[in-house]
Design a protein around this ligand. Sequence first.
Ligand code: PEP
Ligand code: MG
Length: 581
Amino acid sequence: MESVGGKGIFPGIVIGKPYIDRKKSIDVENYKIPEDKIEEEIERLKGAIESAKLEIKQLKDNLRGKINKEDLQILTVHLMMLDDPQFTTDIKKGIKREMVNAESIVKKVSNRYIEMFEKIADPIYKQRALDIKDISERIINNLVFLSDTYKELDGRILVVKELFPSELLKIYYSGVKLSGIIMEYMGETSHIAILAKSLELPTLMGGHNLFEIEWGDLIILDTSTVDSKVITNPDASTLEKYLILKDKFESKKKEVERNVGLPTVTVDGVRINLSINIGGRLDITEIERKNPDGIGLLRTELIYMDTNEFPSEDKQFKIYDNIGKEFGEDRPIIIRTLDIGADKKLPYYEMTPEENPSLGCRGIRFTLKNKNIFKDQIKAILRAAYGKNIKMMYPMVTTLKEVFEARGILEECKRELREKGIKHKKDLEVGVMIEVPSAVILADVFAQYVDFFSVGTNDLTQYILATDRFSQSAEELYDCLDPAVLRGLNLVAKAGREYNKKVSICGEMAGDEISVLALLSLGITELSMTPPSIPKIRALIRKINLKELQELKDRVLKSFSSDEVRQILLEYMNKIQGEQN
Ligand code: PEP
Ligand code: MG
C-alpha cells in the first residue's frame, strides 16, 4: 500500500482500476524487431509518414485564406521535410542497422538533427529545430496511436503525466467513461483542470513520480478533502474505511443538490445570479438539474478543438443556434469568441512558436490578425442571436484600440449579412473579458464603450501577479485571493457600478466557496462557474447575510497577504456554517 498526495481538482472518492498511460512518461518505447519483420516495420514507418503528409496537406487546404501566408509557409516547410530523402533514409537505415522499432529510430534521428540545428546561432536554424520536433512528433503519434486505446479506458482511473484538453474531449466524445484522472502535471486553473471539473471527473493533479509506483489492480482516489491523495493496493481495513467514506460523500452531494429548486438569495434578501461556464456541448438535462440563471461563458475554443478544421460559419451557426434553442430564449447566453494560444491549442493549427505564448498571440490578438476566422465566427453568432438572448464577448482584451478594431469587423459582418438578406441580431450586446491589468486600470474607460464586463480571474491572477497560471515552480504565488487581485476586482466592480454595466466573474474563483465570500464582499453579484459547482455555491449563498459580509470588505482589501484574507473569510465561513475553529 502506497499513498501519493496532490491537489484535488474535482471532488470525489473513486475506488477502481487504474489505467497507466506510460506513453507520455517514457517518451517512446524501444523494442527489438526480428530480422524477418524489418521490412514490415519499414512499411509501418512509410504509412505513418504518408498519414503525416496527408494531415498537413488537409490542414493547409483548410487554412488557406484564413491565416497569414507566412504561417502557412511553416506547413509547406514541414511537407518538404517529410519528403526529404536524407531524413527518411536515415530512419530506414537506422531501423535496419539497429533492428529496433520505427518510433525509437524516428526519435533518435530527429534528436540528432535538432541538436545540430540548435547549435547554430542563426534563429532560422532554431526554427528548423522546432520544425523537426514537430514533424517527428507527428510521425511518432501516427505510429503509436491505436484507435481503440480509448475503449480500454472505460471505467478506469487514468494515470498520466499530462493530458491536453483536446485529448480528454476525444476520450469523452468517443463515449468512453473515465472514472477519474491522476496526473503529474499541476495547474489548478489550466484548461484541462476546468474541463475535468465540467465533466465532473474526480481529478488529482501534481502527483509526484507517478511512474515509479507499483500500481497494482485496485486504487483509491480521494479528492474529497484538501488532503487529496491516491492510495495504491489498499489493505482490507483501508478499503472498508473508504467504502464508508464514499457512501457518506455521495449522500452529502445529493443533499446539496436538493437545493436546486430554491432561489439563490442571501439571508437578507439579495438575489445572486449564478450562471454556468460551458464548452461546446450542452447536456441539457444535466444542466437543468443545476437550475442556472444563464450561460455566463461559452468557451467556443472547445468547439474548434472538436473538429479537424476551422469550423465554417454555417457549422458554427448550427451549434450556437442549437444551444440557444435548447437552453431557451430567455436566459442570457454569452458566447466568447475564439480564445486560443498558450495552453489552448487546436489539433489542426500550429501556432507560431514564441518564447512566452501567454504574453503572445492569444485571444483577441489572434482573431484580429486572422480576420477571416474572426468573421466566420462573428457572423455565426450574429445569426444565432436573432430572436434570442445571446451576447458576445472578446477574450484577452488589452487596449481600447482592439475593441474599436473588433467593432469595425462586427459592423462589416452585419453589413455583409444585411446585403445578403440574412437574418441577424442588429443590436447584439458586446462585452469584454477583463483578464489583464491594463483592462483593470482602464475599466472606467472600457465601461463607456462596451455593454458588460466578465472577469476572467484565472488569467487576471496570473497577469497581476506575474505568475504563470501553469507554473509549478512559482505555484505558491498564484493566488486569486491575493490583495492585489482583490483590489483589481474592486476597481472593476466600481467602474461597473459607475457606468451601470454588469460585472460578472467567470474564472474558477466563482466556483470556490471562500473566494465567493470575497467576491460578494466587493459587491459582485453575478457569478459564472462550471455547472457542478452551482449546488454548493447556491447552498452557501443561502447562508450569507450580505450586509454583514460586506462589512469585511475594508479588512479584506487592506490585508497584507492572501493568507490574511483567507483567515478573515474562513472566520466568517465558520460563523455561518455554525462551527468554530
Ligand atoms: C479566465 O481566464 O478566468 C477565463 C475564464 O478564461 P480561460 O480560463 O478560458 O482562459
Ligand atoms: Mg482567460
